[in-house]
Design a protein around this ligand. Structure first.
Ligand code: ISJ
Ligand code: GLN
Length: 740
């Protein structure tokens, strides 16, 4: 509880993506402390000084950029020069160490060979910060480093080093100030792969800080609850307000059909007419580790909820009308959360992830908005939030072959029985073939691929940012446009449905889907779960980083060798640390890495996958979704700076690509995948071909219907341009293969 006499620590965040990992490490090292967090430019040093006596120590976290650039370090550089009476123990990490060093006369250099997500052995003398610390193998995230000379920085003392041999020689890994209570490490003690140099080093810092403070005569200052800091961290878990139940929860009714062998696409055709309806939903676990496939069955009252970034309203469209609801100061997330609270349901099969609820996507731009990045207005084609509310559904369990027919509409037993009978009859007659020959690849008028030269230049520019310390990893992407001959609305819809049938057979993926949401159609064959959350609040994120082409790497053994290199491991580890941070922000300390860098097999590629889990409490999973977008695997780290860099390098908007799609269930759970290996089309059927506009921005024209496919890959300092171009092409082909 704030205001207790627990010791308070102020953590200064330089817009890094590991801040909450550091908060977690401190909380574990000093359990009776409370952490408060402030961004380095949120407060001036003059504003901070009066609050300093409230704190026992300050932690200066890592961050992008340079300790010599004022806008990168904000107040940090002033902390080292406070007058004696304000001096407070400080622990610096990475940028924090660099700032301490340059402010006391050290020289800053670029590393000849940068170290991002790489593990180095750190030599130390077992004293001071390292007393009682064994062998340190630590993760490094830096492009810059400092050198000290006795002449220019007599007040600093080196405490630890990494021997980078012919690459960089000896690199300083820890420092202390000789006369003031300042210590710092260059490596990342909070990384999941740092061993020994984390917890014990922080405990030692705390002991040294306490010794310093004991020698002081200052009396503690009463806690001021008005402090302009975020905290205390970890957040206290509030009881779920919804349980106060202003609304009577709906009841889920269901019936189960056993031994179902019909493919989900045929079930969808029987129940929801996806080849012609305005809104259509099929979520298909077409490959391992997917298990459930879901069809949203239409009802005349089905509504679609849409919102564009920058607008102050949400649109709710029914069959004939659209109503705009003003947001009135709340975010679209608050609006959606209220919408879902009012539609809370119970009584469904607890084994099933979905009973009914919102199904659709959230765009990349929506996530970018939460990072508070200035963006130019989007083209406003695909809505940034686009969801339908599904009240009738069927869920196929691919493992047990049980089909669950469900409704949350009151007194809907007749539909359930009717649907049961329809499916039982269909089941009795032999299922028609679910083979590729049934679905011709749509003929293509033209394909506009990313310009190879510019893409290659872009990779090099990314690397220049990585070498200069602006980012550790950048997920660089580009758009491809496929033009098909224009067809009337109903033929075009039938073609889109056939295309989905083809893609799920050509590139079966655990998160395949077909979503027609008003003017936007999304067909996905994504291998990557972004986030699932159970009704009880258990969250799982499954970032993928590391890709090998199966046509050239045929065996698992070979894939494990290729994806087991330090380059691939680092690429994945960086995103794991980023996702841990994202999840810690909501889940507090309850975050664990369940799996690190395991090879999984997909239709055309091998992928390196990690699994991060945490607990946020019943009904709170959606708040993880809200705060963790855009997916870290599609940005790179640190997230904010990386997104800004990517916006300056990528020629076009990402749109739905790099966003997430999936469902938010009326029981409080959800499952969202990353929109990759997907294609999308925007078609405003209210305009005739003659009146619709030009195709240069991907909109269908009078003569063409345009489908967009995004593809890319994570660029690290170790990336090679040829291999990255090739990786982007392989990912693109996983979708392009389904067109003629
Ligand atoms: C960018 C894409 O994929 C992302 C990048 C990956 C990588 O760099 O290995 C793997 C999966 C995705 O997180 C894409 O498929 O377009
Ligand atoms: N992790 C960090 O704090 C990085 C510091 C600095 N931007 C560098 O790259 O060296």
């Amino acid at each position: 509880m704030p205001g207790t006499n627990r010791q308070k620590i102020l953590l200064i965040d330089s817009y890094d993506s590991f801040t909450f990992n550091l908060a977690d490490l401190f909380q574990r090292a000093v359990p009776n402390s409370e952490l408060y967090i402030v961004k380095n430019d949120e407060i001036t040093i003059e504003e901070l000084i009066p609050h300093l006596p409230s704190f026992a120590a300050i932690v200066v976290g890592p961050g992008p950029g340079s300790p010599l650039r004022a806008q990168d370090v904000g107040i940090i550089r002033h902390l080292w020069h406070l007058p004696r009476e304000h001096v407070i123990p400080i622990f610096g990490v990475c940028l924090g160490l660099q700032s301490l060093a340059v402010e006391h006369g050290a020289t800053l250099h670029r590393l000849p060979v940068v170290k991002h997500g790489q593990i180095s052995h750190v030599k130390h003398r077992n004293t001071d910060l390292f007393e009682g610390v064994g062998t340190v193998d630590a993760v490094r995230y830096h492009s810059l480093h400092v050198t000290l000379s006795l002449l220019t920085c007599p007040s600093l003392e080196e405490l630890a080093w990494a021997d980078d041999g012919s690459e960089n020689g000896y690199v300083v890994m820890a420092l202390r100030h000789r006369y003031r209570p300042f210590w710092a490490v260059q490596y990342h003690p909070e990384s999941v792969c740092t061993s020994e140099g984390g917890l014990q080093v922080v405990k030692n810092f705390w002991k040294l800080a306490q010794e310093f403070s004991k020698g002081r005569t200052q009396s503690p200052v009463p806690w001021d609850p008005e402090l302009p800091f975020e905290g205390p961290w970890p957040p206290t878990r509030l009881a779920n307000k919804r349980l106060s139940a202003e609304v009577e929860p709906a009841v889920v009714k269901s019936q189960v059909l056993q031994d179902v062998s019909l493919p989900i696409t045929q079930i969808a055709e029987l129940l929801s007419n996806p080849s012609s309806n305005d809104n259509a939903i099929v979520l298909d676990s077409a490959a391992h580790p997917g298990r459930y496939s879901i069809v949203g069955c239409p009802v005349p009252s089905m509504i679609r909820i849409s919102h564009y970034v920058g607008d102050h309203y949400v649109s709710v469209s029914g069959k004939k009308t659209t109503v705009r609801y003003p947001l009135g100061g709340q975010s679209v997330w608050d609006w959606l959360s209220k919408f879902m609270s009012a539609r809370h349901a119970q009584g469904g099969n607890p084994e099933l992830p979905f009973w009914g609820g919102l199904v659709g996507y959230f765009s990349y731009a929506l996530g970018v908005q939460t990072l508070e990045i200035q963006t130019s207005p989007t083209s406003r084609r695909h809505p940034d939030v686009n969801l339908v509310f599904v009240e009738r559904s069927v869920v196929l369990d691919q493992k047990t072959h049980e089909l669950h027919i469900q409704s949350i509409i009151p007194d809907d037993d007749e539909w359930i029985t009717q649907t049961y009978n329809t499916l039982r009859e269909a089941q009795a007659s032999p299922p028609s073939q679910d083979s590729l020959t049934a679905f011709r690849a749509p003929a293509v008028t033209s394909i506009k691929l990313p310009d190879e030269q510019s893409y290659r230049e872009g990779i090099k520019e990314c690397q220049e940012y990585l070498f200069s310390g602006e980012s550790y990893e950048l997920c660089f992407t580009a758009q491809t446009r496929i033009s098909l001959p224009y067809l009337d609305t109903s033929s075009s819809r039938a073609r889109a449905w056939a295309l989905f049938n083809r893609i799920r057979l050509v590139n079966p993926a655990p998160y395949s889907c077909f979503m027609r949401l008003g003017p936007s159609t999304l067909i996905s064959s994504s291998p990557e779960r972004f986030l699932s959350f159970s009704r009880g609040g258990s969250c799982q994120l499954r970032p993928i980083k590391g890709t090998a082409r199966k046509s050239t790497v045929p065996t698992r053994q070979e894939a494990e060798r290729i994806l087991g290199t330090p380059k691939e491991f680092a690429e994945n580890l960086m995103i794991v640390d980023l996702i841990r941070h994202d999840l810690h922000a909501v889940a507090g300390m309850d975050v664990r890495v369940e799996r690190l860098c395991q090879v999984e097999e997909y239709e055309t590629v091998w992928q390196l996958v990690s699994v991060i889990e945490g607990e946020v409490g019943a009904g709170k999973g959606w708040s993880v979704l809200k705060s963790c977008l855009p997916p870290g695997s599609m940005t790179g780290a640190p997230k904010k700076r990386s997104v800004e860099i990517l916006q300056s390098l990528e020629a076009e908007e990402r749109g739905i690509y790099s966003g997430v799609c999936g469902f938010w269930d009326v029981g409080g759970g959800g499952d969202f995948s990353v929109v990759i290996r997907s294609c999308m089309n925007y078609q405003d059927h209210s305009t005739t071909p003659e009146t619709s506009t030009s195709g240069s921005d991907g909109m269908s024209t009078g003569t063409d219907e345009v489908w967009e496919v995004g593809a890319g890959g994570a660029i690290t300092a170790l990336s090679e341009v040829d291999a990255e171009w090739d990786e982007m092409v392989v990912k693109l082909q996983s979708v392009l293969r389904s067109f003629q």
